[in-house]
Design a binder for this molecule. Structure first.
Ligand SMILES: *[C@@H]1O[C@H](CO)[C@@H](O)[C@H](O)[C@H]1NC(C)=O
Length: 451
């Protein structure tokens, strides 16, 4: 009797726990504001490493454009809410990490015996003539790393790269050699050097990433079209040394992989997430992240485009499509101080709320935002920002503390920005204001999950 009740109680608690975070969404292509600095996550060309229950996303800081600035590290336990932890490497005075250098596609693996995190990078001159890999090591996943130097792996050119660690803990470098093809090369046991060649494709494929699932290896990559996207492809094998199948697309044909380029494939349980970059070469800091669930069966991989989706369980990778939403037009909200309705031909209803923030402190009040449940959830905003840098707004839900929301540059058709907030069942009040006298993004529309 007692045991039965305890079991029942445990089930109820679990079900409640699941319901609470059930609508936190991953929104590909949106501005992702981190939870502590309040800026868009700058982790381009990223990889993810999990340590205990925490995911660390390590990528390039492109705030200042293409030249090396920082290798940033963010942490999250749910893969949705990211906080900035620090930089593994930052720009130095000279050398590989000096001014005007190319330092791209950081990937980290952990060596249990040495207790070292090993970071590989594409190291290049601004004209991409060096074509090397660089190695750095750290004792903490998200701490400062010490740079060990760069080399051409087995004397070959190496530009876009990735890493893969097999079940037997052998590490591999995936490396694009423009003269010859795409290679898999075995790392030394300490992961610090490259020791032998495992396989080479003669096709020109870059941005390589490997997933292993049920004894099958899947190599993903893109064709070579510079910063512009193309239909990315994959190949499969039951051994890293091949034979590998011919390359096939996995996203809708002609969609250019939903305008993105592979950077990493994150295994979750028996499934995986595709992580890609949507580069904006005119202003690289406004590049966004296209993360989508992969649908894998045997040697077939498919990926559908989604505006938003819910990662329900980071351990199993269980996910569901985006929630039903209530929508609220910016121009229909209560505009305060100098905020006013502006015309915007690409916005829903042809209008938006503009002049938010600024010297007069323009505000937008959504007085009756409905939710069917008490929940922590993701709200989406369609916005415009005609500046070349980020704008920020303060968002206050039900009189609570102000949360920062970032808006990457965006003109023409509205972009998306997202924020994770606590809502209560029934009516909620959401106020959007400027921060520090700056302008916030113009608000076309607010979208809030029904439940
Ligand atoms: C780590 O490095 C040592 C050599 O220092 C090696 O023997 C070991 O296999 C490496 N790999 C792992 C996963 O620990």
């Amino acid at each position: 009797m007692t045991r039965f009740s305890v079991a029942r109680l445990a089930t109820t608690v679990l079900a409640l726990g699941a319901a609470v975070n059930a609508s936190l969404q991953i929104i590909p292509g949106a501005t992702w504001t981190d939870t502590n600095t309040g800026k868009h996550v700058q982790a381009h060309g990223a990889g993810i490493i999990k340590v205990a229950e925490t995911f660390y996303m390590i990528g390039e800081d492109k705030t200042e454009g293409s030249a090396f600035h920082n290798i940033n590290c963010y942490s999250s336990t749910n893969l949705v809410e990211w906080s900035y932890v620090g930089a593994l490497l930052t720009r130095g005075e000279s050398g590989d990490l000096g001014p005007n250098r190319v330092v791209e596609r950081p990937k980290v693996v952990y060596n249990k015996s040495t207790g070292q995190y090993v970071l590989y990078l594409h190291i290049d001159s601004s004209d991409y003539g060096d074509a090397k890999v660089g190695v750095a090591t750290g004792s903490e996943v998200c701490g400062q790393y010490s740079y060990q130097g760069s080399f051409r792996p087995l004397e070959h050119q190496s530009r876009d790269m990735g890493l893969f660690v097999d079940d037997d803990e052998t590490g591999y470098l995936l490396s694009e050699d423009r003269e010859n093809g795409l290679r898999i090369m075995q790392l030394s046991p300490d992961y610090l050097t490259v020791q032998s060649e495992t396989y080479m494709w003669e096709e020109n494929i870059e941005s390589p990433a490997i997933l292993k699932r049920d004894g099958v290896y899947y190599m993903f990559g893109s064709k070579l079209t510079g910063w512009d996207p193309n239909d990315n492809v994959y190949s499969t094998a039951t051994s890293l040394s091949g034979p590998w199948s011919s390359w096939q697309t996995f996203a809708d044909e002609g969609s250019n992989t939903y305008a993105s380029q592979t950077t990493f494939i994150l295994p979750l349980g028996n499934t995986a997430i595709y992580m890609g970059d949507r580069w904006h070469s005119d202003n690289l800091m406004r590049s966004t992240y296209i993360w989508l669930p992969l649908e894998i069966s045997a040697t077939t991989v498919r990926m559908a485009n989604r505006v938003n989706w819910i990662l329900e369980d980071v351990n199993t990778g269980a996910w569901s499509p985006g929630p039903e939403e209530n929508q609220y037009e910016g121009e229909d909200a209560t505009l305060g101080n100098d905020a006013r309705v502006i015309s915007c031909s690409a916005c829903s209803g042809g209008e938006a709320a503009g002049y938010i923030g600024g010297g007069a402190g323009g505000t937008v009040l959504f007085a009756d935002v409905r939710s069917d449940v008490d929940t922590r959830t993701t709200i989406r905003v369609k916005y415009l920002n005609g500046d070349s840098g980020e704008r920020y707004s303060g968002v206050r839900v039900n009189g609570g503390e102000v949360q920062r929301m970032a808006f990457l540059p965006r003109s023409g058709d509205p972009g998306s920005s997202t924020l994770h907030v606590d809502l209560r069942a029934g009516a909620n009040e959401i106020v959007v204001e400027g921060l520090d006298g700056g302008w916030g993004g113009d608000l076309d529309r607010l979208m809030v999950p029904v439940s």
